[in-house]
Design a protein around this ligand. Sequence first.
Ligand SMILES: [Zn+2]
Ligand SMILES: [Zn+2]
Length: 160
Amino acid sequence: MEGFAYVLHRFVMHSRLGWNWHESHHRARTGWFERNDLYAVVFALPSILLIWGGLNGGWGDWATWMGAGVAFYGVIYFGFHDVIVHGRLPHRIVPRSTYFKRIVQAHKLHHAVESRDGAVSFGFLYAPPVERLKQALQASREAQLRRARGGSTARHEERA
Ligand SMILES: [Zn+2]
Ligand SMILES: [Zn+2]
């Protein structure tokens, strides 16, 4: 599930198509919900369907377990991402272990970028060392600046 979440976040949510919903998560939230929450609804559906099919539809135990696995990841994800990192529910959890601190910091670095491109760290339960993420972030910022500068001189030349 973590691998799936990584691919989804990196290549779907940050793609031109997926950004439509995910953008709300890279902006300040103005109410209880954000459009990005629709992803959670979308992934709850197959989970519910699999559990239902496993228990009542004669699909076999694998379906129940798979549906439960997806639901379990969803709960862990919500607890870590929405509650601990983004503080959507009040809590007093202070990350103390090295691993815990690392994944929290890594996700904060993911939010250092408000645009669709140039973000780092798309996973949730696994994150590369923070130093490496900072370097990657720096590199992508510089690349973006170069592109912006390149773009503006190109426009400049066009006008000239
Ligand atoms: Zn994102
Ligand atoms: Zn987030």
